[in-house]
Design a protein around this ligand. Structure first.
Ligand code: MG
Length: 163
């Protein structure tokens, strides 16, 4: 039996504005601003989705869930993730681990990292320790540093067993 391992990377950024809920990694984080986008703008889940699609050789999030399609208006990242995982598993792959870097000046994300890890692990059917989250600031530089945006980078590995 042969084991095939594939790695994919993903990146996402969304603008922060007042009057929106801040949702990261599927968790609601209390803050006076939230991320703006066609969907729920969960940059963490979107970066993981792109990494999953990349590792499976299935293209990108925009190709599967176009932001011009009203079906995806305000759609929770969790639902996009479920559809993505069906496609990834349909291609014969299963998630092995994910490693993420969230870049946000504010709010401080340390208190929410564990809940995000648990939530993402549950979605991908992984142990919590197979999902690692690092939270960084942008050292006050650029739009992220000014608190106008939050970005996330993700790497995911997938495995496939072939007889
Ligand atoms: Mg996005």
């Amino acid at each position: 039996m042969e084991t095939i391992v594939r790695v994919g990377q993903g990146y996402d950024i969304h603008r922060l504005e007042t009057g929106r809920k801040l949702i990261l990694g599927g968790i609601i984080i209390p803050w006076d601003k939230g991320l703006v986008g066609h969907s729920d703008a969960d940059a963490v889940v979107h970066a993981v989705i792109d990494a999953l699609l990349g590792a499976a050789g299935l293209g990108d999030i925009g190709g599967h869930f176009p932001d011009t399609d009203p079906a995806y208006k305000d759609i929770p990242g969790k639902e996009l993730m479920e559809t993505t995982l069906e496609k990834v598993r349909g291609a014969g792959f299963t998630p092995v681990n994910a490693d993420l870097t969230i870049i946000a000046e504010q709010p401080k994300l340390q208190p929410y990292k564990e809940a995000m890890q648990e939530n993402l692990a549950r979605m991908m059917n992984l142990e919590t320790k197979a999902v690692n989250i690092k939270a960084k600031t942008n050292e006050g530089l650029g739009e992220i540093g000014s608190g106008n945006a939050i970005a996330c980078q993700a790497i995911v590995s997938l495995g496939m067993c072939r007889r």
